[in-house]
Design a binder for this molecule. Sequence first.
Ligand code: NAP
Length: 494
Amino acid sequence: MTDTQEYDVLIVGAGFAGIHQLLNIRKLGLTAKILEEGDGLGGNWNWTRYPGARTDSEIPIYQFSNPELWRDWTFTEYFPDWRELQAYFRYVDNKMDISRDVLFNSCVVSAHWDDSGERWTVSTADGRVIRAQFFILCTGQTSKFHKPDFKGLDTFNGELYHTSRWPAEYDLNGKKVGVIGTGASGVQVIQAVAPIVSHLTVFQRTPNFALPMRQQTVNADEDRKAKRDLYPIMFSRRMQTFSGFYYDVDHKPIADTTPEERALMLEDLWAGKGLRFWLGAYAELWSNQKFNDEVYAFWRKKVTERIGPDPILQEKLAPLNSPHPFGVRRPSLEQGYFEIFSRPNVTLVDVNEAAIEEILPTGIRTSDGIEHILDVLVLATGFDLLTGAFTSIDIRGQDSISIKEKWADGVQSYLGVASATYPNMFWIYGPQSPSALAIAPTAILSLDYAHPHYNNIVDTITGVWKRLGHRLYQIHEAEQLLKHCPYRGGTACV
Ligand code: NAP
């Protein structure tokens, strides 16, 4: 297909960030298109269909905060699964007619800046060529998946799935299944499939300090009242907190607390839904090793009671000496995860003791000589986070140097929204933005905090047009300044 079109703004990705930008840009009366690799809206949620996949961020925060989008929509669970999230994105589409401005199945392969014409020329894998004045990457954190280079992976004769590209049709009933990885995806797929497979072998490198989700169904009457009285307050409050939820860390110094006070607080947080135990605790969790050890010991005691009596299993899932401080990696939310491992049909392999040596046509051989026979191998091995989506596109700015080369020694950005020599290119929920610290529906609004002059990318676009005549000002100096900043997450240096 060769089809050259021209728009004011081109957006890559039709997830939360891309849809948010499109709605804002429409208000300016500019022409815009979203290029989306998948066949539907929702970004990651259009791809994430593995058994058990659901959000770890609770309702009502995990949705668009535009009243016209929450007023008539009610989720059935506080932590909705992928099916309900896909239904939600279809609802958003019906309500806002998003799809009319989306080119689906359009994988962007290159974006080149033309300095004389002051335009981006963007090409897709299926041969489209589109030109635009502004180019906004809304590719999220997790669009490029990571498939480790295991010896013999291509020789596996069974079914091979990565959690981020799950097939529409599959049947794991009665099969011998292996899962590599115990991050958020691994935890969810493990607890969902263990009861239905004939045998499950979990290959764990680092234990997941998962927290109880405490899933609840949403009561429609209560939700109606919350919409009337609380939703607007909650949506405003989340912009004032550390994590983007409406609850917050407690800044009281640990030195001013008593052991009893801390113990009761931890019990309270543990009984709460979601990530409160992590993001509602004392802020010194991240700076005070002694307090961090106390929190870890509390977590370990709680989960050890659920693992069962086997001390070896307890030590693998909740080691006496934590491999890293509690909370420096995001804990997942679990629903019966720790009980799964004492089932007779589940084996836990610690790959630190028995490394994955080779994938065989029939399964996996580990360094202890054991061959784990598998019908299905699930790679829950994560993503080329944040930069993966950028570096997989041939993005070239004023000096024609690709962003992959430019960032070979590290990302260079202005506040995690733009980069010198790539004029009129912005991103949201990407490298060096506060995306790693907050969930998508909150982080897509983070520019309100990140940019001293403009409220969001839309304001920037109008500001650039009004004040500087089409081109974003040079940002080299600002980038250099940020290079020397101890924290480069995007907001703290402003
Ligand atoms: P992830 O957190 O990166 O976890 C990948 C897992 O694979 C880790 O356990 C990792 O071990 C393991 N692994 C990677 N390479 C390996 C190898 N060569 N040998 C053995 N193990 C290996 O990926 P994810 O679980 O897909 O999550 C990715 C992102 O998506 C996260 O930010 C997560 O929060 C998000 N996510 C969210 C949800 C949700 O909200 N419900 C669901 C899924 C994903 P190590 O830990 O030792 O590296």
